[in-house]
Design a protein around this ligand. Structure first.
Ligand SMILES: Nc1ncnc2c1ncn2[C@@H]1O[C@H](COP(=O)(O)OP(=O)(O)OP(=O)(O)O)[C@@H](O)[C@H]1O
Ligand SMILES: [Mg+2]
Length: 148
């Protein structure tokens, strides 16, 4: 069993990637949708009990935020796979501008996430760590290199 942990600022393409790659296989755990930590916890524990693969689709910018999910997953015998979405601010802004309604966030929210973003490293407990890049409509997934 596995937990996929997404990391990346608002507009980076996490939920789109989820829909394209994991919709048929993994439950989506998203704090915005679930609204409270209590409801998130119920869903996480349901996944653990059911041995259901899932994706944590949040910005997860800090090690501390990621550590909560990672330790829980490991305690339940789930492998932990990280997907990091690193986009230049201009791209985040323009993608965000294309969104409408609640999906669109103020620029300051993106800036605040980038400011506190700590790049992930395998020592946090990832069994695999990938980066996701998009070039036009093509999307590539490669090994995440911390140094780059
Ligand atoms: N590969 C891509 N190429 C071009 N545009 C994309 C790509 N992936 C997503 N987008 C567009 O960028 C916008 C943001 O995508 P998405 O909602 O997936 O981001 P997100 O990382 O889930 O953001 P949030 O953290 O706010 O939920 C959407 O309008 C989407 O259509
Ligand atoms: Mg999203």
């Amino acid at each position: 069993m596995e937990m996929l942990l997404f990391m990346g600022a608002q507009g980076a393409g996490k939920s789109t990637f989820y829909r394209e790659r994991f919709f048929d296989t993994h439950v989506r755990v998203n704090l915005d949708m679930l609204a409270t930590r209590h409801r998130e916890k119920l869903l996480l524990h349901a996944c653990f009990q059911m041995k259901q693969r899932f994706v944590v689709d949040n910005t997860n910018p800090t090690r501390e935020q990621r550590a909560g999910y990672i330790s829980l997953a490991r305690a339940h015998g789930f492998a932990v796979v990280g997907y990091c979405f690193e986009l230049p601010l201009e791209d985040l802004r323009s993608r965000n501008e294309q969104r409408s309604g609640k999906a669109r966030v103020p620029d300051v929210a993106i800036l605040s996430t980038l400011k506190k973003f700590e790049r992930p490293s395998p020592e946090e407990g990832f069994d695999h760590l990938y980066r996701v890049d998009t070039h036009g409509s093509t999307c590539t997934v490669t090994e995440y290199l911390h140094e780059v």
